[in-house]
Design a protein around this ligand. Structure first.
Ligand SMILES: [Fe+2]
Length: 279
């Protein structure tokens, strides 16, 4: 597990430290689930061999340093009894503030079109493993308002935008936790640096302009095309002076990129923990 130390200026009442992790992708399953889930777990465990060890190390780091964990989703690779047990154990062992990722609601990975109806099949069961509302929740620490917002299907829903606007009315500096990074021209440029993301590849960002989606295949285009509320939400976020930082994941890589001249987003990969000093 890699630790990155980062300082972010937000106007806190006093400096404080948190841990940001994302995309742990636990792949546990046992006899309580069916044979198909066990087979899936075996395949997916090979993709995320360090998941359980990373979660153990993250738990120890949070406990030893007495720090809260901000997790931006995909703690679980798929819904299983064993994964949800591990989530419950983690959120009981550390102070975890969580925003859902798309995999949180995956019954079997890649089996189905993932939308609100699909999420509804497991939402109550998944939510019960966490201590805050993983689709929208806010929490104030040292005068800074942290907002966990589930945008993991590349969409922000009208009720979420209304609640986001209500958070701004509190008048506190805000830090947004979202699973899917937000589109900005600089973010796209950062991801495309060194050819790691080719221009014809989907960017897996929220609210990418249609002219940047010309190379997407039909599936990724339909999956990632923003609706009106989502575009309005990004415009609002970009114009919101109280919003000081965005913490995100989904891309399975460490990155930082400006969203606007005064708002920057910070992503972490599956095996990285960012230890953030907010000042
Ligand atoms: Fe992920």
């Amino acid at each position: 597990m890699k630790i990155l130390d980062t300082v972010i200026r937000v106007g806190a009442q006093r400096p404080f430290t948190v841990l940001h992790a994302s995309d742990t992708h636990l792949t546990c399953a046992d006899e309580r689930d069916d044979a198909r889930k066990l087979a899936l777990a075996a395949v997916r465990a090979a993709c995320f061999p360090e998941a359980e060890d990373c979660l153990r190390r993250l738990t120890a780091l949070a406990q030893n340093e007495g720090l809260p964990v901000l997790h931006t989703g995909d703690l679980n690779d798929f819904v299983s009894f064993a994964n949800l047990d591990a989530s419950r154990a983690f959120t009981a062992a550390v102070d975890c503030f969580m925003a859902a990722g798309n995999h949180e609601f995956s019954l079997y990975v890649g089996e189905a079109w993932e939308d609100a109806a699909y999420r509804a099949q497991s939402l109550d069961r998944v939510q019960a493993a966490f201590t805050n509302d993983i689709r929208f929740c806010s929490r104030v620490m040292h005068g800074v308002n942290f907002i966990a917002l589930d945008n993991s299907y590349y969409l922000i829903e009208p009720w979420q935008l209304e609640r986001l606007k209500a958070e701004a009315a509190k008048g506190l500096p805000m830090v947004l936790l979202v699973h899917t990074p937000l589109y900005s021209a600089e973010t796209l440029a950062v991801l495309r640096q060194n050819g790691r993301l080719r221009p014809e590849e989907p960017a897996y960002l929220m609210a990418v302009p249609e002219q940047e989606m010309r190379g997407y295949d039909d599936h990724r285009y339909r999956q990632q095309l923003a609706d009106g509320t989502t575009r309005e939400a990004l415009e609002w976020i970009c114009a919101q002076p109280l919003l000081k930082a965005v913490l995100t994941g989904h891309l399975h890589r460490d990155f930082e990129a400006d969203i606007t001249g005064t708002l920057r987003q910070y992503g972490v990969g599956c095996t990285t923990v960012r230890r953030i000093r907010f000042v």
